[in-house]
Design a protein around this ligand. Sequence first.
Ligand code: DOR
Ligand code: ZN
Length: 347
Amino acid sequence: MAQTLTIRTPDDWHLHLRDGAMMEGVLPETARDFARAIIMPNLVPPVVTSKDAAAYRDRILSALPEGMTFQPLMTLYLTEATDPQDVRAAAAAGLISAVKLYPAGATTNSASGVQNFDNVRAALETMAEIGLPLCVHGEVTRAEIDIFDREAVFIEEVLDPIRRATPGLRVVMEHITTSDAATYVSEGNDDLAATITVQHLMLDRNDLLVGGVRPHYYCLPVLKRRTHRDALVALATSGSRKVFLGTDSAPHTTDTKEAPCGCAGCFTAPVTLPCIAHVFEDANALEHFEAFVSENGARFYGMPLNEGTVTLHRLDDAWTLPTSVTTGAGPVTVFDPGRPLHWRVTK
Ligand code: DOR
Ligand code: ZN
């Protein structure tokens, strides 16, 4: 068994950095191991115009500690008022790398999301024309649809019709959680890809709910049953170029997670690479680890592969994870995968 893994520096194709003191606290946790990340626009208020994206990018870069390099790949939050010309100009200027679709009400800070998809047709057609990817939070929000069914229903009722109506639209199904999504992306054409998170590869809904509710495992889309996790692991470790790492690392302060109505999101950034290495090792697929974390995403987005490397070592003794990261907004509990970690990033 390999004891050392040296791979191209990875990218995170789905990351929440927040803003202000929280951002300052969590940004180094990603910049340490990753060269680039797609930055989610669900701030309050959201990042909706190119002007907002430029200002947010500048705030991220000025929060980056001395000596660290990191490229934030900015996104716009799609609303029914999004101006297709603004999207076109921002993409042409290299300011944005994708546009994010949140169905209204689907998750944290998604109140400005799309309700009537007819009102975003022109923006989607512009994106198809210029080849700008649409990152999709794939859950319906209708009250009568069970939370565990929301992704599968979204694919059938919303995503597939959008893709049929907009040929050439490049789509990233983000943080997929079901075998339905795994099958849909596998069977799709080259304009379709998907990201998968750490927690959806390592956990299922029993981990969230059996023996007591574990608020730090609560995220959206919610963890599903074990068979779905198995399908995600099979896809991620298969070597398919259509899937890549998008952590959805989503920091909330510990008190807002451990609350009567706790926030959704797992803060995985500090432990991502060791966790993913274990997933691939368990599947006897370490030869596909680098493609998943460092190559497939860049290829889909049409970006150069990173030149640098990171090295992981497999230690005989498990290492002790940090329990939380201190930020100016308060402590943020670090994702605990519930198993010993032997892989560790050593550079
Ligand atoms: O668990 C989640 N947290 N899922 C999302 O889609 C949003 C994220 C957040 O912003 O906290
Ligand atoms: Zn997210």
